[in-house]
Design a binder for this molecule. Sequence first.
Ligand SMILES: O=C(O)c1ccccc1NCC(=O)[C@H](O)[C@H](O)COP(=O)(O)O
Length: 266
Amino acid sequence: MGSLMDAPDVLKRIAAYKADEVEDLKSKTTIEALRADAALLSKPRGFEAAILAATGPALICEVKKASPSKGIIREDFDPEAIAKAYETGGATCLSVLTDGPGFQGSNAIFAQVRAATTLPLLRKDFMLDPIQIVESAAMGADCVLIIMAMIDDATGKALIDEANALGLDALIETHDEDELARAIKLGGTLLGINNRDLRTFDTSLDTFTRLAPLAPNGCTLIAESGIFTREDIKRLAGDGAQGYLIGESLMRQDDVAGATRALLVT
Ligand SMILES: O=C(O)c1ccccc1NCC(=O)[C@H](O)[C@H](O)COP(=O)(O)O
């Protein structure tokens, strides 16, 4: 028998429990209260700016214990140690999973990482409602992920507007021509192309190669998923990538700092 997180339809299942989580959040607080909490924090660190300023490949290294497609990725999961190792290894930014059911992430893990590093942080979760964007700002996130496959255009606009109002960057994730066209129409400039099809879990770098030429000049292109080697990065750079979101291949290493550094060697 398949698990709750098996493809296909994993996104539908995630959307269902995420809608419950949003209702739970709204029962405990208000968007205004979260906005006030966010206003007490220092300004977000520029996530996209850090990627554009990187002198070598801009690695966005992911802190994730598990995923629906791979199950448990790292048993000895110490978010603080991993964040420090990524920073020592030369990461430009970090991505932190906060989704519980699919990734064994949490807001507490995000807080641990935030306390351990000064690198700009992406809160990686499934955004369906503007209150989650404000919650992310109140947690000290610098960037939020918006997955086009999970939302309609009206929701996308509301999420992007909220991120802009709070000074957060928004990484708009796409996987096919239609999602990319919708993201561009919504004014997204930090565009993720996910090599993993979240409906089937099939992963191929050819997705980035196919879609990157369709993005307008001036966008910052992030290649996501399935990146394992320096050769992968060289190939994706040749196809126009300016940043690389890498999770599994680094999370499985004993020497996380060394493995991160090795991806930066030219
Ligand atoms: O990876 C999954 O199983 C997954 C399932 C459902 C929604 C999202 C999912 N993954 C998010 C990602 O794409 C990755 O965490 C991220 O891009 C890093 O990928 P990787 O380097 O392959 O771990």
